[in-house]
Ligand binder design. Structure first.
Ligand SMILES: Cc1cc2nc3c(=O)[nH]c(=O)nc-3n(C[C@H](O)[C@H](O)[C@H](O)COP(=O)(O)OP(=O)(O)OC[C@H]3O[C@@H](n4cnc5c(N)ncnc54)[C@H](O)[C@@H]3O)c2cc1C
Length: 388
């Protein structure tokens, strides 16, 4: 397939911006059009649960900066369909033709919904607008209930706690275990509890309808009959890839856009970031979506190179690097999620609050984690490979 001359990018966040930057950095002189349904120019979501929610960082600080010259950014334009054969993206503003397409439509917050109240409102944190709505509610609240104890939920809990709120986190599993594993999960949960956060695990969590005067839920019930109430209830229960607009396009879209190791979904069509599912060659079962910042950047680079260079582009080898900041601690990890057992200490001392840890032991490393340690990500990756 020859190199494209007219690239359309659907999405307005880090994967889209990285793809565009990569195209131009590679010397691509053709037309580039970015379609983003958001009204805001591209921004990063990472600080929304941290500095921005805490009020330390203005929302404007999250801007990702301008796109390279000659790139047309069309804000408030939503892709509604894809005719892959005719090479056209259908949008709310009409058809947009392409000969190269980058799908970077990311994901949205998963909403639990209020049973019996399909139009009930629900606070989540995915966009700047969500952040403003949450901050508005928090300004008049003394208690907060977070449904979901993943990185996002626990970061929201941490920030709300620092804002002086009484915080409860309810999840169907011990918070953080599925990400950092039971060992570090227990360490961080202890930090949270020391900060005053109430952690509750229940087999089922149901949002309860708000009052006549307040459309937002202020309580949840659990499968074992408990009820938790707070001035503000916020859901942090994972994300859902934005793939509906690709229905009927002929692309494989099953819990994400399936791509090969060069992020290709079809000839001339690539996908990157939270929307993409990596299909390793020769495997039906090992597909996975990696909804992290670093993965979005890594995939978007490969995707743009694959559009331009086809099989000569490098393949995507996920570094599986992620991080979180909560309760005054900073965790950076690389490798497999949810490591089990007690880690080997490669550097520092966890009881002193600063360490580099490896699982399953010091010689065989599937996961390496820096806890409040200045080790840069590149060294963590070297440590994972066993190259100290
Ligand atoms: C509050 C918060 C904190 C986070 N913190 C961290 C962190 O500390 N570390 C980390 O690694 N990751 C973190 N993440 C995850 C990280 O932000 C995501 O992995 C990253 O944003 C993925 O980028 P993306 O460009 O693939 O998708 P998204 O950021 O989801 O962007 C997709 C874009 O596409 C647009 N779009 C969607 N559908 C359409 C359509 N049909 N037409 C046009 N435009 C469309 C959307 O409006 C959006 O602008 C955090 C996420 C959140 C929400």
């Amino acid at each position: 397939m020859s190199a494209p001359r007219n690239v359309v990018v659907v999405g307005g966040s880090i994967a889209a911006v990285t793809a565009v930057d990569t195209l131009r950095a590679e010397g691509f002189q053709g037309r580039v059009t970015v379609l983003s349904e958001e009204g805001d120019p591209p921004y990063t979501r990472v600080p929304l649960s941290k500095g921005v929610l805490a009020g330390r960082q203005p929302p404007g600080d999250t801007d990702l900066g301008g796109l390279p010259s000659g790139v047309e950014l069309r804000l408030g334009v939503r892709a509604t369909g894809l005719d892959a054969g005719a090479r056209v993206v259908r949008t709310t503003e009409g058809d947009v033709p392409f000969d190269g397409l980058v799908i970077a439509s990311g994901a949205r917050a998963r909403r639990l919904g209020v049973p019996g109240h399909p139009r009930a409102r629900e606070l989540v944190l995915r966009s700047r607008a969500d952040g403003l709505a949450l901050s508005d509610r928090l300004a008049h609240a003394s208690s907060v209930l977070v449904v979901g104890g993943g990185f996002l939920g626990m970061e929201i809990a941490s920030t709300c706690c620092a804002l002086g709120k009484q915080v409860t986190v309810v999840d169907i599993a011990p918070p953080l275990d599925a990400l950092v594993g039971p060992y570090m999960g227990a360490v961080v949960r202890e930090l949270a509890e020391q900060a005053g956060v109430v952690l509750a695990v229940a087999d089922k969590v149901t949002l309860l309808a708000g009052s006549d005067t307040d459309p937002y839920p202020c309580a949840v019930s659990t499968g074992d009959g408990r009820r938790f109430e707070a001035d503000v209830v916020v859901t942090a229960a994972g994300d859902v890839p934005n793939i509906e607009w690709l229905a009927g396009s002929g692309l494989r879209v099953d819990r994400g856009v399936h791509v090969d190791e060069r992020c290709r979904a079809a000839p001339g069509i690539v996908a990157a970031g939270d929307v993409a599912v990596l299909d390793p060659p020769g495997s039906d079962s090992a597909w996975r979506r990696i909804p992290t910042w670093t993965n979005a950047v890594e995939q978007a680079r490969v995707a743009a190179l694959a559009l331009l260079h086809g099989d000569d582009a490098p393949v995507h080898r996920p570094s599986r690097y992620g991080w979180t900041e909560q309760f005054g601690w900073d965790l950076k990890m690389v490798g497999a999620a949810a490591p089990t057992g007690e880690p080997a200490v490669l550097d520092g001392d966890l009881t002193a609050g600063q360490a580099v840890l490896a699982w399953p032991d010091a010689d065989v490393r599937h996961t390496v984690m820096a806890v409040n340690h200045p080790t840069p990500p590149a060294r963590l990756k070297r440590l994972l490979r066993g190259a100290v």
